[in-house]
Structures are given as structure tokens and as C-alpha cells.
Ligand binder design. Structure first.
Ligand SMILES: [Zn+2]
Length: 230
């Protein structure tokens, strides 16, 4: 979002130092377009109005005007949890490196490799990726929605992996990376957290069920001297 009303051009951006959306003042803009190299690009340098930290954003024009500002420096990289197996983190990091280097088709292909890795890490190694993903779903390793995500990523991977004369767009590659990251988080981080939570809760429920005199205990502690200060 850009605002010119204050004299200097302002942008509403996510500052990685403040770790929150904030106003930033535009310090410089460079547009470039060389048909030999790629599509038109617009690079904007801003400084955060809160912490004064510099941030560099890129926008590209795929024929429909400038797309949203995408932070290229400092890199928007978010590191995956160590709960995600290292080989999968490595695949995902490679995908991100391709993306950062603006090799969007290669990023989509790497996301596909990450998916293959997820299946292999779960001992599902069918003849094709689609068969592996179906088996993951049939074995309840992923639910219907995750299966749909994964299948969309597989389709994009195929677009990237085979010569079609067209490139994967930055938007599609960015979404693929985000979905792949969410898939890894869901499978290895959130599922484990949920299991822990459920175990803890069921332990508490059992403990509560085993103590039928709980209301009496509460009354006793409430009338205990010194407990009323809270
Ligand atoms: Zn800041």
C-alpha cells in the first residue's frame, strides 16, 4: 500500500526487524526492463518509520501492472522447525533458493521433489507421485485437504518439469512454496503438537474423573488463609 499524502511517499510494509506491519518511507526507486533478460521490474528502497531499518522490495509486471511488493532484502526466509526431517528441510531450502534467485520454474520443480521426499520419508514409494499421494491419503497420513494441496503442487511441478514453452510465474511459485511449507508444518510440527496436547488433555480428564470430591477441595483451598489475595 502506498500513500503520497504526507509529501514523502509512504508504504505500509512488514518490517522484519520490528516483526510487524509498519509505515516505511520511500528512499529510492529503480525500474528496469530488458526483454532479453526478463519482465519489467520495479525495485523500491524504503526505511522503516519505527526502527529506521532499510528494506528492499521488488515488484514485477506480468502484463497486468505491478504486482504486490515482495521483500527481497533482508530475505523473507523463515526457517523450518527442526521437527521437519533434515532431508525435507534441505529440499525446501533449495526450493527457496531457486525462488530467491528468481528461478521460479526451478522452484516449482524443487517443491515437487519436496513432495516426493515427504512420501518417501513416510515409506510410501509408488511408481508415480500421484499414486504415492493417493496412498498417503488412503493410509491416513494426510487428510483430504492436504491431499488436495499436495495434488495442486504436483500439477505445478509437472508444469515446471516438462517443456511447455511457458514459465511458472512468481505468484504461482510463491504460493507453491507457502503451501509446501504449510504442508511440512502441518505434518511434522502441528500434528505432533496436537498429539501432545490431546495426550495431556486426556491425562487431565482421567485425573479429574478419578477425583469425585473436587468441589470440596476447591472450597477448602478458597477458605485457606492467604489464598484470597489473587
Ligand atoms: Zn522496523
Amino acid at each position: 500500500m502506498t500513500d503520497n499524502s504526507t509529501g514523502s511517499t509512504k508504504h505500509y510494509v512488514l518490517c522484519n526487524r520490528c516483526q510487524k506491519p509498519t509505515n516505511a518511507t520511500e528512499r529510492g526507486v529503480v525500474t528496469s526492463f530488458d526483454p532479453e533478460v526478463g519482465i519489467p521490474s520495479l525495485v523500491t528502497l524504503v526505511s522503516c518509520d519505527t526502527c529506521k531499518f532499510p528494506l528492499l522490495f521488488l515488484q514485477e509486471d506480468y502484463g497486468q501492472g505491478w504486482d504486490d511488493m515482495f521483500r527481497v532484502w533482508p530475505s523473507a526466509t523463515r526457517y523450518l522447525s527442526s521437527a521437519v526431517p533434515k532431508p525435507l528441510r534441505d529440499e525446501h531450502n533449495q526450493a527457496r533458493k531457486c525462488f530467491d534467485a528468481k528461478a521460479y520454474t526451478a522452484a516449482a520443480v524443487m517443491v515437487g521433489r519436496t513432495l516426493e521426499g515427504v512420501c518417501a520419508e513416510n515409506n510410501v514409494k509408488e511408481r508415480t507421485l500421484i499414486l504415492s499421494l493417493r496412498k498417503m491419503k488412503d493410509n491416513n497420513l494426510i487428510d483430504e485437504r492436504l491431499y488436495q494441496w499436495a495434488d495442486e503442487l504436483r500439477v505445478l511441478r509437472n508444469e515446471g518439469a516438462h517443456y511447455t514453452g511457458s514459465q511458472v510465474s512468481r505468484e504461482d511459485a510463491a504460493d507453491a512454496l507457502a503451501l509446501s511449507e504449510a504442508l511440512l508444518d502441518y505434518m511434522y510440527v502441528l500434528s505432533a503438537k496436537f498429539e501432545e496436547f490431546r495426550k495431556r488433555r486426556s491425562g487431565k480428564t482421567r485425573a479429574a474423573a478419578a477425583v469425585p470430591t473436587q468441589p470440596a477441595t476447591k472450597t477448602a483451598s478458597a477458605t485457606r488463609p492467604g489464598k484470597t489475595s489473587k
